[in-house]
Design a protein around this ligand. Sequence first.
Ligand code: HDD
Length: 698
Amino acid sequence: MATENNFVTDRGNGGETHQHVPEKGPHGAEGHLTTNQGIHVSDNQNSLRSGERGPTLLEDFVLREKIFHFDHERIPERIVHARGSAAHGYFELYESLADITKADLFQRKGEKTPVFTRFSTVAGGAGSVDTPRDVRGFAVKFYTKEGNWDLVGNNIPIFFIQDAIKFPDLVHAVKMEADRAFPQAGSAHDTFWDWASLMPETTHMLMWAMSDRTIPRSFRTIEGFGIHTFRLVNAKGESTFVKFHWKPKLGLQSTVWDEALKLQAADNDYHRRDLWEAIESGNFPEWELGLQLFDEKFADAQPYDVLDPTKIIPEEVIPVRRVGRLVLDRNPDNFFAETEQVAYCPANIVPGVDFTNDPLLQGRLFSYLDTQKSRLGTANFHQLPINAPKCPVMNFQRDGQMQMNVPKGRANYEPNSLAAHGEEGGPRECPVTGFTTAEGRTGQAETGGKLRIRAELFADHYSQARLFWRSQQPSEQAHIASSFVFELSKVTLAQVPPRMVANLRNVDEDLAKRVANGLGIELPEKSEAARAPLDIEPSPALSIHGNMKPTLDGRSVGILIDDGSDAAALGALTNAVKQAGGKPVIVAPKIGGAKLANGDTMKADGQLLGTPSQLFDAVAVIVSADAAGRLANEGAAKQWVMDAFGHLKAIGYTASSRALLDAAGIKDDAGVVPVEKGFADAATKRYWDRETKLRMLA
Ligand code: HDD
């Protein structure tokens, strides 16, 4: 690589002359290879040694520099959210929100603000898989004209704990166990459930974590939430409480547990690849930003505390007002420089947005900056291109490791009178454009003794867990109960499952019985609730199965073919899928493809053994009777259709393909249909009612 300005110093001539590096090197490459000092490298294959078979020489600075840099390529991974995938894009405002916030990005209809968004799992390391049962991070950095605003949220609108002081305990408990370093990327183990069952405040979040929310189909089909109650502040200084939501354009969509497990084997990078490929193919993922706005009167009237991050405000009570859209339209150029080095921080806010006293949020305001110093190695990480604001940054902070700026002059303190005497004086504070903190409560100062204490309403740990349970469809309730059974079955500490079930009795007796039964244990006595749970009106908006969009938009259909497949049927199906916005993917026993009945060769996108049906939202089989007979004896082909059936997906087939489905024991139902009889329509859904016939759910 040439230096940035394509100039190197030619010391070979002994002078200080600058010589332009040719665009193309000797073998058509992109310029000359150099060391980090800009010295041309003559040989990138052999180190410098004394004689043909002699020792390597210490003076080989080319070798030493290359190995030195390589040795330091890795930085500490994030303690949580280590595995992530990100993209560039923009936020576009639908309407001016000047009446509720003075934040510049919310002033002008149609205004676009650049963003960088990172999605992540929480518990696993950077190299772990994409589809464990886990919460997903949803962090957005808005590069606004007034500085960076980071909305660092998750795909679940609440959190495990109410106070940041418990965060290290939560993370220690859920991550791999301290002595054995397993399991990786999952909560199904002793320490997590030991801790969680002793912490009733986790119950609401556990309900969400055991639901299909934590096994999403794609990053493109998750919701995002700012979780805490924040404030929006207008130019008059009036403040409104707000909860932030991201609503995916493609709708919410999840996998089933068996599918998620098998996806871990089929494709470690299932979500990362999906995001990357969607953007590369021009199908830009999109979310709408939603606001739940409310005032203190509303807050004071609720049976929960709006400062408690384990509580939602049901959408049926305060509707989500959609105010703009987030579009991700560009993949990172370099994973490390951007996705790895990006540093989100909930404390990064702009004038017009403000915090509340939520004790979880307050602790977060400290943690992120602190961890980033240790992760990125310098207090100057804000200068990295991905973190740098796209507006001027001017202050008197100086020096520090890896200082990239070269400030001029003597003005590194304030106040100074240098400007009055012809020198540069530097920037000044501004009470008009500067960030001012909103008052805690209108007209009321924050007062009170110094206490380690929680507000009384925080003691209600079960009402909203019950609300969540009652808002789920029967198919979703079965998944939640079964996940509790699965996870607690991995726990070897005998005291833990009964303790957890005892807590669940406060949520719902039926749930508790189903879990106890699934575990094969006696129903324990109900644990004592710190505050008696209330019966709150269910919120249908909390269901995924009830709100899934029947669409092929953004979804893929795997089509199994082999030699002798009917070209016309294949053409008709691929067209129908494409017209419905879906992506047809051809799978064949050989990657070279198949010779169709009309003599044409159809190339395959994936080879049968390495492209299981988990990877698709629906599948179809278009093979000749001959091939169907052959494939009926091929385990991978039978598994392909059996798994699609078991994962409640639509299966399309041609008459000549039927023998393969028969061999897999698959009978017609609403989702198993001939390709020509409305398969593209059938493929837009999952068939939840099939499940009770297929597996023993709790
Ligand atoms: Fe956190 C990273 C989201 C509570 C401490 N957190 C991190 C990321 C997300 C969240 C999405 C990854 C950002 C990225 O992609 O780089 N965290 C949340 C949410 C929380 C939450 C939604 C509750 C509402 N976090 C939380 C608490 C603490 C932290 C209470 C500590 C007191 N979180 C961190 C951290 C991380 C982090 C240790 C690890 C890497 C990083 O910050 O940059 O500081």
